[in-house]
Structure formats: C-alpha cells, structure tokens
Design a protein around this ligand. Structure first.
Ligand SMILES: Cc1ncc(COP(=O)(O)O)c(C=O)c1O
Length: 366
C-alpha cells in the first residue's frame, strides 16, 4: 500500500468553476474574488477579508498596512515555516523569537515578555499544525506593550478558540491556500481577515500596485502586484463549501491515529482538543526520540511522512548569517525539531490507510 503525505482535492465542479471564471470574468479582480472574500470573512466571523496571491503576501501586507517598517522587530515562534518571518525580513524587518509550549508547539505566552525590547512592534502567533495559540494571554501581553498582533493562520482554516474562529482572534490574520492546506484555490493564494476597515482598504490598494481608490494610474502608496486571480478565487469559493466537512474528517482521522498509537513506543501524540481549543489537524505530528529511524522505516514502506520543521527558522543558514542567531537560543524549539514526525493527513485518508501506517509503526517497534 502507498499512502501520500497529503492529497489536495479538486472536483469537476471546482474545475468547472475555474473554467467559468476564465470564460466570463475579468481575469484578475473579477467577481469571484469579491464573492470569495465575502464568504471567507463570513466563515471567520470578521467584517473584512482581502484575497491575495499567497500567504506570505498576506503576512507582508498585514504588517505594512499596520505601519510595521524596516528596522522594527516582530516576535514570533521559530517553530514555523520560514515564510512567517521572510514576510518582513524581506523588506528590512527584524525577527525576534520566543520559545514554544512543548506539548502544543505554539508560542509560550510566558516567554514573550522576556523577548520584547524597544524595537519590538508586533507579535505573530502561529497556529501551527492547525492548533490555535493561547490568544487571550498573547493579546494581553501585546496590549500591555502596545504591540500589533497578527495571527499566522496559514495552517488553521476553521480552527476554533473559545468559540471564535482563527482569523478573528487578533488585530489581523493571514491565511495561505497553498495546495496541501485544509482548503486551497487550485494554486497559490492567500487571505487577510480583519475587522479594521481602514487597514482592509489599505491592503486592497497595496495588493493592486498602490492605486488611489477609484483611479487607474494615480498611486499614493507604494504597492505590489499581489492580487488573487479570478479563476483561483472561483475554486476557493467551491472549496470553502466543504471546509467544515473536511475538518471534521481530519479530526476523525486524528482520533483514529490516537486510538491506534496510544502507548506505542515512546510516541508523544498531538494534544487533544479541549472545550476552548478545537484544532483542525492540518498536520498530525507525533514526537519520538527515534524520529530519523522511524521516518526511514515508514518511507521504505511507501508511507509519505514529513518533518515540520527540521531546521527552526533561527537556525536557517540565511538567518544565522544575517542576524547571528546561534544554537541553544530556543531549547524547546530546537529539541522538538529533532523529534517531530508528521504522519499522512488529509480529509479523504481512509481507515485502511491509517491502520496500515499504525501497523507499520508497530512493526518498527518490534
Ligand atoms: C505557518 C505558515 N506561514 C506562512 C505560510 C506562507 O504561505 P504561502 O506558502 O501561501 O506563501 C505557510 C505556508 O506555506 C505556513 O505554513
């Protein structure tokens, strides 16, 4: 049996929606883009959503539209995809890091305070693997120090924290629609969500080359070409209709993994959902001291696994070179990067596939 690490869904209806947008709409900023924004904002419970061509673009504009400039420091977790920090380092921002909670993989609110200095202007909590961060505590620290909070919700479409959806838990939030995410747009794409009308409007102008509202060739802010294509938005509208159902399926798959793997080897399983924190299992990531050997064994048996992430951001060669970060700075993050292993996870994974993965793990243990 072969089990892929992820399996993006693309139905005939989604392909037809894209084709229809290509036939009938403006190719960029067509009707589908605005319909997609409206539906996505509704899902998150925010007043506004702004569609972009990637999650990285969403993070960059969310920060810039809120006045984060070159030389400003933005705190986040190093246990994330490098795009989290690339989004502002690329324009001169300075990365700062606080360690994560060992069992949840997300920013430890107690560690944030010690990482704040006079240059710090914002915090990006990352809802890693689809697990919402402890937002009340993070927002409280931010409020005390007058910091902007930008949720990195790239892996958390539909996740819930204290009854509210990811995307509506801070000043502004960013999503990615990269094909393996819980929902996609048939290519690259991203979204900003916020309740701040002025910021949403500025993001709309910045994605469209900084055009003055209602003008074609008059520009009063520096902008970019970061629009989402209409055909991608049309796919996004169709995908969004299935998000809840697909998230339920991911949660059911996670439960089955939990049942089969509890007590096996030294495996530490992902945290359980609670009344307050309902994850969406973008990834199902376990921990073991025998990570590399188990990974090789699973791969040899046709199972697609991943390591998210093998090198924490602060130890990426370019970050060490640019900022002088050194090993030992973030002990929990660094240890987790040697222990985490992501098992196959996607909405349509079958019971038989999960059983095969778990049995293959048990054979490794024997
Ligand atoms: C946590 C996180 N942040 C940011 C991004 C960037 O998104 P994109 O690849 O759409 O630019 C991703 C996804 O790839 C991600 O997983």
């Amino acid at each position: 049996m072969k089990v892929p690490p992820a399996q993006p869904i693309m139905t005939d209806k989604m392909i037809e929606a894209a084709a229809n947008a290509l036939r009938t709409e403006r190719l960029t900023l067509g009707d589908s883009v605005f319909k997609f924004e409206e539906a996505f904002a509704k899902m998150c419970g925010t007043k506004y959503a702004v569609a972009l061509n990637s999650g990285t673009a969403a993070l960059q504009l969310a920060l810039q539209a809120n006045g984060i400039k070159a030389g400003d420091k933005v705190l986040t977790s190093s246990m994330s995809f490098v795009a989290t920090t690339n989004s502002y380092v690329a324009y001169g921002g300075i990365p700062g890091f606080a360690d994560v909670l060992e069992n949840e993989f997300t920013l430890d609110p107690a560690k944030i305070k010690g990482a704040i200095d006079s240059k710090t202007k914002a915090i990006i909590p990352v809802h890693l693997y689809g697990m919402p961060c402890h937002m009340d505590e993070i927002n409280e620290v931010a409020k005390k120090h007058n910091l902007l909070v930008v949720e990195d919700s790239a892996q958390a479409h539909g996740a819930v924290y204290k009854g509210k959806k990811a995307g509506n838990l801070a000043d502004i939030a960013c999503f990615s629609f990269y094909p393996t995410k819980n929902m996609h747009v048939g290519g690259d794409g991203g979204m900003i969500t916020t309740n701040n009308e002025e910021v949403a409007e500025l993001c709309r102008r910045m994605r469209h080359c900084g055009r003055k509202k209602g003008s074609n060739y008059e520009h009063d802010v520096i902008g970019y070409t970061m629009r989402l294509n209409s055909c991608n938005a049309a796919v996004g509208i169709e995908q969004l209709k299935f998000l809840e159902e697909w998230n339920d399926k991911r949660r059911a798959a996670a439960k089955l993994y939990d049942q089969q793997l509890r007590g096996v080897l030294d495996l530490v399983l992902p945290p359980q959902p609670t009344k307050d924190i309902v994850p969406v299992f973008h990834l199902y990531t376990i921990r073991t001291k025998k990570r590399n050997a188990l990974k090789a064994h699973l791969e040899k048996n046709g199972i697609g696994v991943g390591v998210h992430y093998e090198v924490p951001i602060h130890l990426q060669p370019i970050y060490k070179q640019m900022f002088g970060f050194k090993e030992g700075m973030l002990p929990i993050t660094e240890r987790l990067s040697k222990e985490v292993l992501t098992l196959p996870m996607f909405a349509e994974i079958t019971h038989d596939q999960i059983k095969y993965v778990c049995e293959t793990i048990k054979v490794f243990c024997e």
